[in-house]
Design a binder for this molecule. Structure first.
Ligand SMILES: C[S@@+](CC[C@H](N)C(=O)[O-])C[C@H]1O[C@@H](n2cnc3c(N)ncnc32)[C@H](O)[C@@H]1O
Length: 241
């Protein structure tokens, strides 16, 4: 299940220019990232690297990691041989020293993880003080409403959803958790919550996708978090004389 190696080409072709990824999720992530010129950014779960490419175009110094070698091969094709791309599983310790990055972006990957604790601790470790983690994932309300029978909202549970990829039905396994559990996981890992966002698709996409646009623009789909590592206090305070 979740065989990204097996459908890397098809997934990437499907999501390159579609409404949900190209005109909603990615523009929302780049808008949340804001001015990134000169910032060192890790894309955790970078897939074929469309967000890496967008951030690099805006002047960021980018590194990408993903568990799928097949997706990373496509990212390398997009970004070039000298791109810093590494196979890494977000459930494991990350191959970077403490405080390496100004920002981490994590697009549509956290919902594949049962336990966010070790992953968020590692993402916090590799961020500099004041660094941001910007993450998109399945909106928790959606994940609880698509299953029949409806699951317990307050439980963290896995579920399977069939994706249509390359003309075939492909079962995908995800983890859903209530909103408070997401916020608790970020704060337990030492992040400070700076924003929860529910953006709409880019209005300019209405003309390109007249049939789908209104539906996506009026329902929940993904949720976006911006959390940050508290700025360094500059070490222990000295005694007042
Ligand atoms: C929905 S795709 C999104 C890819 C990319 N972020 C984008 O927006 O185009 C999810 C990606 O997460 C990766 N992934 C899933 N579980 C992972 C894990 N435990 N560690 C690292 N990457 C993972 C998959 O290989 C896949 O490339």
């Amino acid at each position: 299940m979740n065989d990204y190696d097996g459908f890397a080409e098809a997934y990437t072709a499907d999501t390159e220019n579609n409404l949900v990824n190209a005109h909603y999720e990615r523009p929302a992530m780049t808008a949340l990232a804001g001015e990134v010129s000169g910032r060192r950014i890790l894309d955790a779960g970078c897939g074929a690297g469309p967000l890496l490419a967008a951030l690099r175009e805006r002047g960021a110094i980018v590194t990408g990691i993903d568990a799928s070698a097949g997706m990373l091969a496509l990212a390398r094709r997009r970004l070039g041989d000298d791109a810093d791309l590494r196979v890494a599983d977000l459930r494991d310790p990350l191959p970077f020293p403490d405080g390496t990055f100004d920002d981490v972006v994590a697009s549509l990957v956290l919902h594949y993880l049962e336990d966010w604790g070790p992953t968020l601790a590692e993402l916090r470790r590799v961020l500099k003080p004041g660094g941001r983690l910007i993450a998109s994932l399945d909106h928790p309300f959606v994940a609880y409403t698509i299953s029949d029978p409806r699951p317990d909202y307050f439980a963290t549970t896995d579920y399977t959803s069939d994706w249509r990829i390359d003309g075939r039905s492909t079962p995908m396994r995800f983890w859903r958790r209530p909103l408070h559990a997401m916020v608790d996981a970020f704060t337990t890992a030492g992040f400070r919550l700076t924003g929860i966002h529910e953006p709409r698709p880019d209005p300019a996409a209405r003309e390109l996708f007249p049939e789908e646009f209104d539906d996506l623009a009026t329902r929940t789909c993904f949720m976006f978090f911006v959390v940050e590592v508290p700025p360094s206090t500059g070490g222990p305070k000295g005694q007042c004389a």
